[in-house]
Design a protein around this ligand. Structure first.
Ligand code: SF4
Length: 441
């Protein structure tokens, strides 16, 4: 064993623990340049990005232990993977402090450059309708940097970023591996704030050349306050924008984004985007207790920014629930309390809703939302391990299995949306239970 690779014996011990417990051979190959552990368990291989917690941020992304942060990187998960990941993390926790200490030395090793080590560039998700894989969704995080500090943001903002060459190489490998899926693969360019990445234009042009199905750019719109920048993004080939705008009231906007002075830029950015012929602009609102009552007024406000007839073909709005984050308990709001305001937005008709296909979707059965806005019903769900709570479930007595990030009720099996619905976020279900869910015949 090389003295410069102190993590090797620790991963061997973890492998031995998992192998003994699960009776399937486990083998980890750790790539220190990407900080990614390729874990083979039986016939499956899962990539996990593993970083020391103190050094690389304290935001929960996938999993935090006392000393490490872990997220799935570059693997598409299958339903059985949740169990495997949980077994691996349980074994890893036995060597938590030692592994963190070993990996901490990486950054100070002269052979390991500081940049390009921990950015989770690609998360490869499958979109399902029941058992049928309908397509793929690739989350491409071009940078983890951001010009905002949203209270509910779960990403590591301080992760060093990859260089342009490395990004294009990994994208090229991804496209080669997924060539069979390319026409039905959607890419959501995310971050951090992807408009801060110098690789944005090159990455979009590359994906266009490779025939990626559709490519959406998620942004807070602040950089779009620069007309030349909007034009450059359009000219690079971006046709779908997914713009986060969490309040039309400046005070609430500042509170939720953790910034001051950016609200006028975001409004100007939105206005400029709505004057360009994008194919689709979706304004995304993350529901919190500070903004849910404002959704109807926010829809009118956004619609009012569209002044030119040659703007986007489609302008719509989507709402997402919060993912787990350190301030979740303080910010959360029950779906059933938000639903009347969403129904009112539908009735008033300033902006139509579109479905949120990611993992923070709000179940459309709550408050009869599916009736108020059929367009809010997703056509597929991302493949996240889900647990079904039994009737009368008491979260204080029966915990949600740790590997299950989503929770449904046993009665969801009777619901017509079951194949495309991701249910509730685990923490949400633990806090508020599942009684809001109403299976739809
Ligand atoms: S599957 Fe369950 S959570 Fe989803 S819409 Fe139906 S009842 Fe609601």
């Amino acid at each position: 064993m090389a003295r410069s690779e102190p993590w090797l014996p620790l991963f061997k011990k973890i492998d031995a623990l998992v192998t003994a417990k699960g009776r399937v051979p486990c083998r980890t190959v750790y790539d220190p340049t990407r900080r990614v552990a390729s874990v083979s368990m039986g016939d499956r291989s899962i990539d996990l990005m593993i970083c020391p917690r103190g050094r690389y941020g304290d935001q929960p992304f996938f999993k935090r232990t006392a000393s490490l942060v872990v997220c799935v990187a570059g693997s598409s998960l299958t339903p059985g993977d949740g169990e495997k990941i949980a077994a691996y993390l349980a074994a890893m926790e036995r060597h938590d402090a030692a592994l963190s200490a070993a990996l901490s030395r990486l950054a100070s090793s002269p052979s390991q450059p500081e940049t390009g080590q921990v950015q989770p560039l690609i998360q490869d998700l499958s979109l399902r309708d029941g058992d049928k894989v309908k397509g793929k969704l690739c989350l491409l995080s071009l940078t983890m940097r951001c010009n905002q500090r949203c209270l509910f943001c779960p990403v590591f903002r301080d992760a060093p970023e990859l260089g342009k060459e490395r990004i294009l190489k990994e994208l090229s490998d991804y496209c080669a591996r997924n060539s069979a899926h390319l026409p039905v693969t959607g890419v959501l360019i995310t971050g951090g704030e992807p408009t801060l990445s110098p690789a944005l234009g090159a990455a979009v042009r590359f994906m266009e050349k490779k025939g990626v199905g559709y490519c959406s750019l998620l942004s807070n719109a602040v950089r779009f306050a620069d007309r030349d920048f909007v034009k450059a993004v359009f000219d690079a080939g971006v046709r779908r924008l997914f713009l986060s705008f969490h309040s039309h009231r400046e005070e609430t906007y500042d509170l939720l984004t953790g910034t001051t002075g950016l609200y006028p830029k975001a409004v100007e950015g939105l206005t400029l985007c709505l004057s360009m012929p994008f194919f689709e602009v979706t304004c995304n609102v993350v529901l919190t207790k500070h903004n849910y009552k404002d959704i109807p007024a926010m829809a009118s406000f956004i619609a009012g920014l569209r002044k030119r007839s040659n703007g986007p073909k489609t302008l719509n709005m989507c709402v997402s629930a919060m993912n787990q984050n350190p301030r979740w308990l303080e910010l959360s709001i029950e779906h059933s309390k938000a639903a009347p305001f969403l129904r009112r937005t539908c009735r008033e008709g300033a902006l139509p809703f579109t479905a949120f296909m990611g993992d923070c979707a709000m179940p459309v059965c709550v408050g009869g939302l599916y009736r108020a806005a059929p367009s809010i019903v997703p056509s597929g769900r991302v493949d996240t391990p889900t647990w079904r709570a039994l009737r009368g479930w008491d979260p204080s007595k029966t915990p949600v299995p740790e590997d299950c990030l989503r929770v449904k009720d046993a009665s969801c099996k009777k619901c017509r949306f079951d194949p495309v619905c991701g249910g509730l976020m685990s923490l949400y279900a633990r806090r508020y239970g599942t009684s809001e869910l109403r299976p739809v015949k």
